[in-house]
Design a protein around this ligand. Structure first.
Ligand SMILES: [Zn+2]
Length: 89
């Protein structure tokens, strides 16, 4: 007779749980979908959610990847100029 020391389903039971608030007010506690913070019923389903760089909600682009990159380059140039000025003065 083989005695199982470890429950083979323990790994599934230990899966991280969804914390969405249910109608009862308690956390959902269904397992999270891989790579998501919620279960399949609370917005974690594949194909749900906004697309990457949500172009549907584009307003002015102030938080776009391109603009943030441009601001980062500008700050880098200012930093370099400031270092150059330190050598002059
Ligand atoms: Zn849930």
């Amino acid at each position: 007779m083989i005695i199982m020391a470890v429950n083979p389903m323990q790994k599934a039971h230990d899966a991280p749980r969804c914390g969405a608030k249910t109608r009862r007010g308690t956390p959902c506690q269904s397992p999270m979908v891989h790579g998501r913070k919620r279960c399949r019923m609370h917005g974690g389903a594949y194909g749900s959610g906004a697309p990457k760089d949500n172009k549907n909600a584009w307003k002015h682009g102030l938080r776009s990847k391109e603009y943030r990159e441009e601001k980062r380059r500008g700050r880098e140039i200012i930093r370099q100029l400031r270092d150059l000025m330190k050598g002059v003065c």
